[in-house]
Write a protein that binds this ligand. Structure first.
Ligand code: FAD
Length: 437
């Protein structure tokens, strides 16, 4: 019998399996798709440039991911933050350029600073690993970020700025975001927290060799221990072992299971042998939905326009940023996703190019290559990043990421707000919890 069966070959499953293997455990990774990587995926243009179609950016708070990148012999480089030029603002049917946002008045900017100060003070009282322990956790969770902003008297322009920031991350709207979840995410920065969203802490770097290369390197180390095209349909946790059933009817037994399947596809997997509380928590977590658009051009033509390729928009894509030379990344916001998905591929492409052309001129409508990846419709992802609406954290409770018997979970969906950091952190934590036994 195997020591551990790991379900899902995303960053979480691979990092768990890698640590278990290197400690001598007999491990098998079962992956539904015919490729490894899950929500990290890259492709190569005919001129050799790598293009990331999934997870891409990391920051200083992403310590587990950074450590893994070092162990794998990979390197980090500056992300879009190194791009010269100014940011584009596509709001209210008009496009403006400038840093800071030119549509904010001096009064708006000082009110923004005031509100951020209040937010930071509140966030400093939250333990990101256990937000439920805060004495006002239930009330903070029941409050939407929007209602909190209004309760502290934030000006309309300031509320709009926060809404743009959420859209830029392809997160759900302020009204559909739990204040406690938002504070918890910010609290990850610890004593260094000074701003609502600090690019250094979240997005300042990317892996020079391509972010999907992190998964590929781990898979190379695990050669012979990963089985592709194995769709898990059932997990039975027994007192002395675990049985995992595949869609083919095959049953694989192991002493322990690390379940690194994202929360939405996991709802289709029958699970027995866990407490009702544990199962409810697993089923209750949700993702926000998004699609990624990547346009590759011969040159970084936006530089000639004095623009840096970064934008915030109330349109189809909430933000754009430079992925590398001549390559722009963008995310379709959850609010726009239904419209995006309702069109056929030609409509999706046309709408995405129109959005880019509004911000960067007619040249943006003629990329060398255009990719749209509808992650929320992919059956083995069905989402983008963990999202907590008001009341969600209270309903899910603290048990959701803890081991129960021989059942261990890993995955970015179990760490504050997702991210590749969450996948690696929880994957390695699951491995060390098993090894500690
Ligand atoms: C468009 C997009 C952009 C992103 N941008 C960033 C970013 O810039 N920075 C960042 O840090 N993060 C980003 N993320 C998030 C990040 O990519 C993910 O949080 C992370 O990669 C998830 O890793 P995981 O291992 O937890 O899950 P996944 O990568 O989803 O891996 C889960 C694996 O389980 C498999 N699976 C599913 N169902 C079954 C089944 N029934 N049986 C067997 N296997 C199954 C899947 O095929 C998959 O391989 C982005 C995500 C998306 C979609």
């Amino acid at each position: 019998m195997l020591d551990v069966v790991v379900l899902g070959a995303g960053l979480a499953g691979l990092s768990a399996a890698r640590d278990l293997r290197s400690s001598g455990c007999e491990v098998a990774v079962l992956e539904a798709r015919d490729r490894i990587g899950g929500r990290v995926l890259q492709t190569t243009l005919d001129d050799g440039r790598l293009v990331q179609l999934g997870g891409e950016l990391i920051g200083s708070t992403h310590t587990a991911y950074r450590a893994l990148v070092g162990e794998l012999g990979l390197t980090l480089r500056d992300s879009y933050i190194a791009e010269p030029g100014q940011t584009v603002w596509d709001i209210d049917d008009s496009v403006s350029v400038g840093d800071p946002a030119p549509w904010m008045t001096d009064e708006d900017r000082s009110d923004y600073d005031r509100v951020v100060g209040l937010f930071v003070d509140l966030a400093k009282g939250i333990d990101p690993d256990n937000p439920w322990s805060h004495p006002d956790a239930v009330a903070l969770d029941a409050t939407s970020f929007y209602h909190w902003l209004r309760s502290v008297g934030a000006r309309d322009a300031v509320v709009r700025m926060f809404e743009l920031a959420k859209a830029g991350l392809a997160a759900d709207t302020l009204k559909r975001t739990s204040l406690l979840a938002e504070l918890r995410k910010a609290a990850v920065a610890g004593d260094e927290l000074v701003n609502y969203y600090d690019v250094d802490q979240w997005t300042r770097s990317t892996v020079a060799e391509g972010s999907a290369t992190v998964a590929a390197r781990m898979a190379e180390e695990l050669a012979g221990h990963i089985r592709l095209s194995c769709v898990v349909t059932e997990i039975a946790v027994h007192p002395d072992h675990v049985d995992v059933m595949l869609a083919t009817g095959e049953v694989i037994a192991a002493a322990n299971v690390v379940c690194a399947i994202p929360v939405a596809p996991l709802r289709r997997v029958a699970i027995s042998g866990l407490s009702d509380e544990r199962l409810h928590a697993l089923r209750r977590i949700r993702n926000s939905l998004s699609a990624k658009v990547v346009a590759a051009y011969e040159t970084s033509f936006w530089r000639d326009l004095g623009k840096n390729g970064s934008s915030y928009s109330e349109g189809l894509v909430g933000a754009t940023w430079i992925q590398g030379p001549g390559v722009i990344s963008a995310l379709v916001t959850p609010a726009q996703l239904a419209f995006h998905m309702a069109g056929d591929q030609s409509a999706r492409d046309r709408d995405a190019l129109e959005a880019l052309a509004r911000m960067y001129g007619p040249q943006a409508a003629k990329p060398k290559a255009l990719f749209t990846r509808e992650w929320s419709a992919e059956p083995f992802t069905l989402g983008y990043m963990a999202h907590y609406a008001p009341g969600d954290l209270t309903a899910i409770g603290p048990t959701h990421s803890r081991p129960e018997g021989r059942f261990f979970v890993a995955g970015s969906d179990y760490w504050v707000a997702g991210y590749m950091e969450g996948a690696v952190r929880t994957g390695r934590a699951a491995a060390s919890a098993i090894l500690a036994r």
